[in-house]
Design a binder for this molecule. Structure first.
Ligand code: SF4
Length: 356
């Protein structure tokens, strides 16, 4: 990497550290007969200004949520039948923000999920509780009741002003409150996502955010650098926030790494997005025993990941040929519901191919 890509010593060291950790964490994962499952809930309380995921405001769909869930259950049932005999290693409910569902819908979803798939071999069960403004005690109790092992509560920053600018519609106080609530309910693996290079934020802001995070003591942090494509979308709102600079620097990245280490966390996965600002990467850190295997699998593409839901992508691995193929579901929720049989057929075709 040093000679071909002119990678700095610092990055080579980081990559080697992560690679060793990944090898260790994946040592008992079966690439041939195992698989992971992703369930997509493409709804959020509101849309953050930098969002590039499939996400629709929950208010538009609340009344029709049962229609979405019925289509999703149909796809889940097909997937469980098709993957029968294989070992389910990890389960991840993401989005969007799954906790933007009501407690009743969340329970309906997880109950059905557990009755449809064999969870006896599942090593980790993650639910993105991403937006603090979507979290209630009732919802956390549902997650706890059904054995969710890891959740993510994502502040992105602990600067109030920035939260307003990026349209998160939650406060710093709310982040702390929901985090402590989750802890009090017994969640012992909580990740927090952060973004470097948010509009107007400088080194001092990052330091203050990291101090706040450290005082909460999460089990993992995932540090993202604002991607240019997202920043570009932010630019459309320039009138709202004036001429705030969007600057992510290596010093900021290094500062988050130093804080992660001071919290007893080590890097265990990293990836680069297209169009990322600067020469940075997104890095996931965790305390010992708290890494998210699914995060590694989705990046390293070593195991088939069956995905259900609007805007999700199933990745089918062909281990003997050392390659993978993708099959994508439509992003539009209306279309997903109307064309669910077509989505299932596409998936069937791809999965059948992997067995030829
Ligand atoms: S919480 Fe995540 S998925 Fe939802 S709108 Fe914000 S960035 Fe997008």
């Amino acid at each position: 990497m040093k000679h071909t890509y002119l990678t700095s010593d610092q990055k080579v060291d980081l990559i080697l550290e992560v690679a060793k950790k990944e090898l260790d964490l994946l040592s008992d994962i079966d690439y041939e007969n195992g698989y992971s499952l992703y369930i997509g809930i493409p709804f959020c309380p509101t849309t953050c200004l930098y969002c590039s995921f499939t996400s629709f405001p929950i208010s538009q769909w609340e009344k029709r949520m049962n229609d979405y869930l019925e289509a999703l259950f149909k796809e889940m049932e097909f997937t469980a039948r098709r993957m029968a005999g294989k070992t389910l290693d990890t389960v991840y409910i993401g989005g969007g923000t799954p906790t933007s569902l009501s407690a009743e819908h969340l329970e309906k979803l997880i109950l059905r999920l557990k009755n449809t798939f064999d969870f006896t071999t599942v090593k980790e069960f993650t639910v993105e509780a991403g937006r603090p403004d979507s979290i209630t005690q009732e919802k956390l109790e549902v997650l706890k009741k059904y054995g969710v092992t890891r959740i993510s509560i994502n502040p992105q920053t602990m600067k109030e002003e920035t939260l307003k600018i990026i349209g998160r519609r939650h406060t710093v106080e709310m982040v702390k409150d929901r985090f402590l609530l989750a802890r009090s309910l017994g969640f012992d693996n909580i990740n927090m996502d952060l973004i470097i290079g948010l509009p107007g934020e400088d080194m001092e802001d990052v330091r203050r955010t990291m101090e706040e995070i450290k005082s909460l003591g999460p089990d993992g942090i995932t540090v993202h650098t604002l991607a240019i494509k997202r920043a570009a979308r932010l630019n459309m709102y320039k009138e709202q926030y004036g001429d705030l600079k969007i600057t992510g620097t290596q010093e900021m990245v290094d500062l988050t790494a130093a804080y992660a280490h001071s919290m007893g966390q080590e890097p265990y996965y990293l990836y680069r997005q297209k169009n990322m600002a600067g020469n940075f990467e997104n890095v996931g850190y965790s305390a010992p025993g708290k890494a998210c295997i699914y995060n590694i699998l989705i990046m390293e593409e070593k195991q088939t990941i069956a995905a259900c839901g609007a805007g999700t992508t199933t990745k089918v691995v062909f281990p003997s040929e050392n390659r993978l193929e993708r099959v994508e579901n439509v992003k539009d929720v209306e279309q997903y519901i109307a064309r669910i049989d077509e989505m299932i057929k596409r998936k069937e075709k791809m999965l059948a191919k992997s067995e030829m």
